[in-house]
Write a protein that binds this ligand. Structure first.
Ligand SMILES: *Cc1c(COP(=O)(O)O)cnc(C)c1O
Length: 453
């Protein structure tokens, strides 16, 4: 039995898989917040290249991966697929557990899969600079790397509290040629306005988004980029699941259950959508489970409604599972999962009962992460421990029921920049997660009543 299933460079997929082609109910359209009418693509043109806007609304099943992008993917793709033999033993389970490891990318997560594609399409349309925001730093790192690959400039607005707490993430972006600003900054009117009223503001993702968008529209040849949620981002990530499918075939197993952590939905979509295609078109039944933190439970306790994609209300209104854009999740260490909403496509699939969602609490996730480290020797990103916790839950259920199912999960990133979080875990001082009451969820959801069409 092979522990590690590798593929050759020739086996890097040649197409992205667009699940909208196979969805029984197509996603509802994003609406203009003023008119409540479906937005027209030209509204997005100041921010995104035409090719990405077309992908955003495309119904084509397969979209070709540009050869230039495939060539860069080959620096770390295909990523390895492992059989978690030691974890299976430790759990004494009849289940077979596999994981796809995206931590081998230059940024250490799945995010470069879309960053490289987005940089390419922008470059092809003559764009010279891309702006963005970053929370914990994963997305900013991926975009800085991707821009450098295409000789473009990259400006990253990093939420000030992370900028101060995660100096190595900032330096990593700098080494990839990215310019990093603590947000709120003096560079934009949005930032200056915040600093005027609260000079000690530690920032928020919402403020950083406003700053990045303002910089994009106020400079020539400059665009903006997002690292999750949008349809084209999910599309680019499907390279993960397509590779995993070939690797599982080589291993001689088909997954019964596919599991991934869930922030905005991109790495979940990436690993799950190619398998979900088999359910939608070939009458198979593979369970696809999205795992969110208990402290930010939009899929399991939120509602399917129109809401803004950001905290400030700058984006179009998106039909999605949401906790309301004012919802403030506790400062858990899995920063990438602290988002109030979910991508439009994934939301529609959940509404139609085609995928499942569960939540895990932080302590349990780190316990699962520690068990995984002991068995497999890879330190997972705090986000990835959510998938590990649910994979272990399913493997234990297999043991109790005496059935040997095959489980595949996405190890979406390594945790080498999260040592402070592991330090707190090891010293028993893990904190930051508080119980979310029904009242607080009801309050932040009621607050978006007026946005409904
Ligand atoms: C950004 C990020 C996430 C969450 O984003 P998705 O779009 O839901 O994938 C999860 N894990 C890691 C390591 C990330 O960097």
């Amino acid at each position: 039995m092979e522990r590690k299933i590798n593929l050759s460079e020739q086996e890097i997929p040649r197409f992205y898989y667009n699940i909208t082609a196979d969805m029984p109910n197509k996603p509802l359209p994003p609406l203009h917040p003023g008119t409540r009418q479906p937005i027209t693509p030209d509204l997005l043109e100041p921010l995104f290249p035409r090719e990405l806007i077309l992908q955003e609304v495309s119904n084509e099943r397969y979209i070709e991966i540009p050869p230039e992008v495939r060539k860069i993917y080959a620096q770390w793709r295909p990523t390895p697929l492992f059989r978690a033999v030691n974890l299976e033993k430790a759990l004494n389970t009849p289940a077979k557990i596999f994981y796809k490891y995206e931590g081998v990318s230059p940024a250490g997560s799945h995010k470069p899969n879309t960053a490289v594609a987005q940089a390419f399409y922008n470059k092809a349309e003559g764009i010279k600079k891309i702006t963005t925001e970053t929370g914990a730093g994963q997305w900013g790192t991926a975009l800085s790397y991707a821009c450098q690959m295409f000789d473009m400039d990259c400006e990253v607005f990093m939420v000030k509290v992370s900028y101060d707490q995660k100096p190595y993430r900032k330096i990593m972006m700098n080494t990839f040629g990215g310019k990093v600003f603590a947000s709120p900054s003096q560079l934009t009117s949005a930032g200056r306005k915040v600093l005027e009223s609260s000079p000690d503001s530690t920032g928020s993702l919402g403020i950083a988004i406003s700053e990045a968008i303002e910089r994009a529209v106020s400079q020539p040849d400059t665009h903006y980029a997002l690292g999750s949620v949008l349809n084209h981002v999910l599309l680019h990530q499907t390279i993960i699941g397509q590779e995993a499918m070939i690797q599982m075939e080589k291993a001689g197993h088909q997954p019964d259950i596919v599991i991934a952590p869930f922030g905005g939905g991109s790495n979940f979509a990436g690993i799950a959508f190619p398998f979900l295609r088999l359910n939608l078109t070939e009458n198979q039944y593979i369970r696809c489970i999205a795992v969110e933190p208990e402290s930010c439970p939009k899929l399991t306790r939120g509602e399917f409604r129109y809401d803004f994609g950001d905290t400030m209300g700058l984006t179009p209104l998106l039909p999605m599972f949401t906790l309301g854009h004012d919802f403030m999740p506790s400062p858990i260490h899995a920063g990438g999962l602290r988002y109030h909403g979910a991508g439009v496509i994934v939301s529609q699939l959940l509404k139609d009962g085609l995928i499942e969602a569960v939540s895990q609490n932080q302590q349990r996730c780190f316990d699962a992460g520690a068990q995984f480290i002991k068995a497999e020797g890879i330190i997972p990103a705090p986000e990835a421990t959510h998938a590990i916790a649910s994979a272990i839950d399913e493997a234990i259920r297999c043991r109790e029921e005496g059935v040997g199912k095959t489980i595949l999960f996405n190890l979406c990133g390594h945790g080498y920049f999260d040592m402070a979080a592991y330090d707190m875990y090891l010293s028993g001082k893990l904190n930051g997660e508080s119980q979310v009451s029904d009242e607080s969820i009801r309050a932040s959801i009621t607050a978006i009543d007026s946005l409904q069409p």
